[in-house]
Design a binder for this molecule. Structure first.
Ligand code: UDP
Ligand code: MN
Length: 360
C-alpha cells in the first residue's frame, strides 16, 4: 500500500512537470514568433513606410506587413538603380570600384558650351553620362541627363576667383554624393573612361590619394598673404590634365574646402583652383601627390605622347595637339575625335565622321 502511494505520487509529479513543460514550450514559441514578426515588420517599415505603431491589432499588423512587402517589391528596377547611384557608399568597401563610384566634374563656361563641351558630350561623356556633372556659369539646353548641368552662378571669367568659385561648388557637390572618387577635368580634356576606372580600381578609396600630373618640375613657391616673409612650397596636379582625389582624402580636406572655405583658402595663397587643391593637400594636410604620367594637359608637348591607347587624358590648344593619323585636321582640329575613334571605332559618332561630316 505504502509502495503504491509513493508510485502514485511519483506519477502525479511527472505528469504535472510534463504538462507545465508542454504549456511553457508552446507559450515561448508563440511569443518568439510574435516578437520576430514585429521586429521584421519594424525593420522593413523603417525603410519604406514610417514608424511602427505598437497599438495595431494583429490583423492590421498582418495586412500592413503584406502591403509593406508589396511596396518593397513594387519599387521598379529603375528606382532601385537610382537609389544605388545616390548612395553608392552603401556598397561594401571591399567591393570593386566601378564607373558608378566615380564623380566626374567638368569645369566650363557658357561661351565654351558649343565650342568645347559638345565635343566632349559627343565622345567620352556619352560613356559616363550618369557620372559626369558639368559646372558652368549659365543655364543652357544640352544633351545631358536632368540636373547634370550645374549653373554655379560663379562669374564667367578666367580669373582666380571665378575658377576657385566653380571648384568650391564641385567639391561640395561631390561630398553630397557619397561617391568614392572625385575627378576634375577641364572642358578641353578627353577622358579615356574605361582606362580611368581601371586606374582607380588599383587604389583604395578609403586611403588618402591625390592622383594627377604636375605642370611644373618643381613645387610651386608662394608667399603667404598673412605673412609675406614666409615662403611656402607645394606640389599641385594641373587641372588641365585632370586629377582625382579619394573620398578619404576629400573628407580630410573639409576644414579647408567645404561650405565656401575653399574660397578663403584660395585667397590665402592668391592662386587659382588647382593650385589651391594642391596647397590644401600637399601643404596643409601634408599628403603626397601621386604622379600619373598617363594624364596629359596642353602645358606639355602633346606631339611627343606615344602609345595613345594607354593614355588616360589628353588636351589640346591652338598650337599643341596630339599627333595621330585620324580624321583630317579641318574636320577634327583638336584631334579628340580621332583619339576617340581609335579607342572606340564602333562608336556611332565615328560612322558620321568617317562619312566626312563635320560635327560640333
Ligand atoms: N574657364 C572658365 N571661365 C572662363 C574661361 C575659362 O571657367 O572665363 C574654364 C574653361 O572652361 C576650362 C578652364 O577654365 O575648363 C581652363 O580654361 P582654358 O582651357 O581656356 O585655359 P588654360 O588655363 O587651360 O590655359
Ligand atoms: Mn585649357
Amino acid at each position: 500500500m505504502r509502495c503504491s502511494l509513493r508510485k502514485f505520487l511519483k506519477i502525479s509529479i511527472c505528469l504535472f512537470i510534463s504538462v507545465i513543460s508542454i504549456v511553457s514550450y508552446f507559450h515561448d514559441n508563440f511569443e518568439k514568433s510574435f516578437i520576430a514578426q514585429r521586429q521584421s515588420f519594424g525593420q522593413k517599415q523603417h525603410g519604406v513606410l514610417g514608424p511602427v505603431d505598437h497599438q495595431d491589432s494583429d490583423i492590421e499588423l498582418l495586412s500592413r506587413k503584406q502591403r509593406n512587402a508589396m511596396s518593397v517589391e513594387t519599387i521598379t528596377d529603375d528606382e532601385k538603380e537610382k537609389r544605388k547611384n545616390v548612395h553608392p557608399s552603401l556598397k561594401s568597401k571591399n567591393e570593386r570600384t566601378e564607373l558608378s563610384d566615380i564623380f566626374i566634374a567638368v569645369k566650363t563656361t557658357k561661351k565654351y558650351h558649343d565650342r568645347r563641351l559638345k565635343l566632349l558630350i559627343n565622345t567620352w561623356i556619352g560613356q559616363a553620362r550618369e557620372e559626369t556633372y558639368i559646372f558652368t556659369d549659365d543655364n543652357d539646353k544640352l544633351d545631358l541627363p536632368d540636373g547634370h548641368l550645374i549653373n554655379t552662378n560663379c562669374s564667367n571669367t578666367h580669373y582666380r576667383i571665378a575658377l576657385s568659385c566653380k571648384m568650391a561648388v564641385e567639391y561640395d557637390f561631390f561630398m553630397l554624393t557619397g561617391k568614392r572618387w572625385f575627378c576634375h577635368l577641364d572642358d578641353d580634356t578627353y577622358l579615356n573612361v574605361p582606362g580611368l576606372v581601371k586606374l582607380l580600381q588599383s587604389y583604395n578609396h578609403t586611403d588618402d590619394w591625390y592622383l594627377g600630373r604636375p605642370s611644373l618640375r618643381h613645387p610651386i613657391e608662394v608667399m603667404k598673404r598673412s605673412n609675406p616673409e614666409q615662403k611656402i612650397a607645394f606640389w599641385f596636379a594641373t587641372g588641365g590634365a585632370g586629377f582625382c582625389i579619394s573620398r578619404s582624402l576629400a573628407l580630410k580636406m573639409m576644414p579647408h574646402a567645404s561650405g565656401g572655405r575653399f574660397m578663403t583658402t584660395s585667397d590665402m595663397i592668391r592662386l587659382p583652383d588647382d593650385c589651391t587643391i594642391g596647397f590644401i593637400i600637399n601643404n596643409l594636410l601634408q599628403k603626397e601627390l601621386t604622379i600619373i604620367d598617363r594624364f596629359h594637359s596642353h602645358l606639355e608637348a602633346l606631339w611627343f605622347v606615344r602609345n595613345l591607347q594607354d593614355q588616360l587624358t589628353f588636351s589640346y590648344s591652338d598650337t599643341n595637339i596630339v599627333h595621330i593619323d585620324g580624321f583630317p585636321k579641318k574636320q577634327d582640329p583638336s584631334r579628340l575625335y580621332s583619339i576617340h575613334c581609335m579607342l572606340f571605332p564602333t562608336a556611332d559618332i565615328c560612322d558620321t565622321l568617317r562619312k566626312g561630316i563635320t560635327v560640333a
